[in-house]
Design a protein around this ligand. Structure first.
Ligand SMILES: Cc1ncc(COP(=O)(O)O)c(C=O)c1O
Length: 403
């Protein structure tokens, strides 16, 4: 199947490398708080399979759900390409279902999509975006009634062999997660099935020892990178003055067609397990600290943006059981605000490469929804620097020089 994508190419903008890591680094070992926390949660050990990334865990789930060249996958219209890639690699059709403004699936639209599909739909992917675990029971019922396999995407939730955040993993016949997004490991995807027989005989290959060593080096190097400090906040005004002197360079936003998976999905590593060092680290890092600090950083973002113009948090409340993956922020003027943030080397993610659908929410969020880090390894100075940069950028002038 050929899918139309809209792809934002930032290369004409020459953005510098982010000065703060988007994902955690360093290592904080599990301690007494973890023992207390983990004793309340039954571990899921021994029932799952490690992959190098969540996308390959999804690939195995799709395959086991019967996805192939004669079938179709239903997937959320707001997505990163690696959620679709494994199905495209299997030769399947991908149908994008619309989402509501809070990224909940629009159930009313599903039947129509099913009727229009030229191939039988074998699986549906549903995502707990940004760690906000949803009640998917109605969606699961819809799937069960039609013999469609429910694949639960826990990539944005803290879902590992040791810990399962508030209700995640309750719905899917297969549950895929990306523990490397929550722990400072070099890699790590995980596939779990509540009914262990669904993963019977699933096996992955061990990485070579050279790859293991490279993974350890990568973690050590990341932990030793220089960090921003108070002086960097003082320097922001001068940097912005220089940036404002030039007209912002728009990146190239173009439409491309793809008949197969993107280069981000490498079939040759589909059956590779996560590195041993990653598995050890994911099993021994402090979960309680990750939960506590992520929630505190999310709240700090919420407080900071409350007084800022031209933006609104996608989720203005943080329920107690949510462990956030990132802080999603909608901005009114991606040009120039996204551009200025990137020029300041603020770590901003956006899903600006996305398959085109009829969903207006996905079309809007592709360029307007920023993903800002809130992970446990951010220092106070790093949070303060990102918040100061965001505030100064959003107070800058829109539509030309910002002075
Ligand atoms: C919601 C979601 N699902 C799945 C994936 C694939 O995860 P991974 O990067 O571990 O392959 C991603 C990637 O960022 C994602 O954001």
């Amino acid at each position: 199947m050929t899918l139309d994508y809209l792809v934002f190419d930032p290369s004409p903008c020459s953005f510098p490398r982010p000065r703060v890591p988007v994902l955690p680094r360093g290592f904080e070992p599990a301690g007494a708080d973890d023992a207390r926390l983990l004793s309340d949660v039954p571990p899921l050990n021994g029932r799952g399979v490690y992959f190098s990334r969540g996308r390959y865990a999804l690939g195995e789930a799709y395959r086991r759900a019967g996805i192939d060249g004669d079938s179709a996958l239903l997937a959320p219209s707001y997505h990163c390409v690696t959620m679709l890639d494994p199905a495209l690699s299997l030769g399947a059709d991908v149908l994008l279902y619309p989402l509501l403004a809070d990224l909940a699936p629009d159930l009313a639209a599903l039947d129509q999509l099913l009727e229009r599909s030229s191939k039988p739909v074998k699986a549906l992917l549903a995502t707990h975006f940004f760690g906000f675990v949803r009640d998917f029971s109605a969606l699961k019922q819809w799937c069960d009634a039609r013999d469609i396999v429910f694949v639960e995407d826990c990539s944005h939730t803290l879902f590992t062999e040791r810990y399962q955040v508030g209700g995640a993993g309750r719905y899917g016949r297969f549950v895929a997660s990306s523990p490397y997004k929550f722990f400072p490991s070099a890699d790590g995807g995980w596939l779990y099935a509540p009914d262990a027989t669904a993963l019977a005989d699933a096996a992955t290959d061990q990485a070579a020892w050279m790859a293991e060593l490279r993974g350890v080096k990568q973690c050590i190097d990341a932990a030793r990178l220089p960090r921003v400090g108070p002086a960097d906040i003082g320097a922001l005004d001068g940097q912005l003055a220089t940036i404002f002197e030039d007209e912002p360079v728009a990146g190239d936003d173009r439409r491309v067609q793809r008949a197969a998976q993107s280069p981000q999905y490498q079939r040759e590593v589909e059956h590779l397990s996560a590195l041993r060092a990653s598995r050890w680290l994911i099993g021994h890092a402090s979960v309680s600290s990750a939960i506590h600090r992520r929630q505190a950083n999310y709240r700090r973002w919420l407080q900071a943006v409350a007084g800022m113009p031209h933006c609104r948090p996608l989720y203005p409340e943080l329920p107690e059981q949510v462990v956030p993956y990132m802080f999603p922020l909608c901005i009114e003027h991606p040009m120039p605000h996204f551009y200025w943030l990137k020029q300041l080397a603020v770590p901003v993610w956006r899903w600006d490469e996305m398959a085109v659908s009829a969903c207006p929410v996905a079309a809007d969020y592709r360029l307007h929804l920023l993903h800002l880090p809130c992970h446990q390894a951010l220092s106070d100075d790093e949070m303060a620097w990102m918040i100061a940069a965001l505030g100064k950028v959003l107070c800058g002038q829109v539509g030309g020089a910002g002075r």
